[in-house]
Design a protein around this ligand. Structure first.
Ligand SMILES: [Zn+2]
Ligand SMILES: [Zn+2]
Ligand SMILES: [Zn+2]
Ligand SMILES: [Zn+2]
Length: 145
């Protein structure tokens, strides 16, 4: 669904200013139009026709060259508080949007494919016990002595 924007589980309701009028989620690389509206970089480009862009919010027509990246709002958006993408699986992490990728790398609730190639998806934090106890491909000690 969200091609251009940043879809995340925001702690507070996302303000209208920070919602892209095209993809309807949080702005990624926000661009400020001449009329003062914000649209994701990826969402504004397809709107251009021969260098002219009609703002989807107020219908004002302007030159593509009059639309600039907006770092102030980008910083604000990256500081918004979010919950972990794995929240419903039980992760209690909460932090800023800018920290999401770092957290996802260490989040124990992300499903990963078992390293022993049993074909199962296991939560990162359960991988050790899965490989030792329940994995079909685990090494079983020989008991035929
Ligand atoms: Zn967008
Ligand atoms: Zn506008
Ligand atoms: Zn997490
Ligand atoms: Zn396994």
């Amino acid at each position: 669904m969200a091609a251009g924007g940043l879809d995340a589980r925001f702690v507070d309701r996302l303000s209208e200013r920070h919602t892209c009028p095209v993809c309807l989620v949080a702005l990624r690389e926000p661009m400020m139009t001449k009329c003062g509206h914000l649209i994701c970089n990826d969402c504004v480009r397809p709107l251009a026709r021969r260098g002219r862009v009609v703002c989807p919010l107020c219908r004002e027509e302007q030159n593509e060259s009059e639309i600039y990246p907006n770092n102030y709002d980008k910083r604000e958006i990256m500081s918004l508080k979010i919950y972990c993408d794995q929240q419903e699986k039980g992760c209690g992490w909460k932090g800023e949007l800018r920290e999401r990728e770092t957290h996802n790398e260490t989040c124990g609730y992300v499903d990963v494919l078992c390293k022993h190639e049993c074909g199962e998806m296991v939560k990162k934090k359960d991988m050790e016990s899965h490989m030792k106890k329940t994995c079909m491909n685990r090494k079983v000690e020989c008991s035929c002595v």
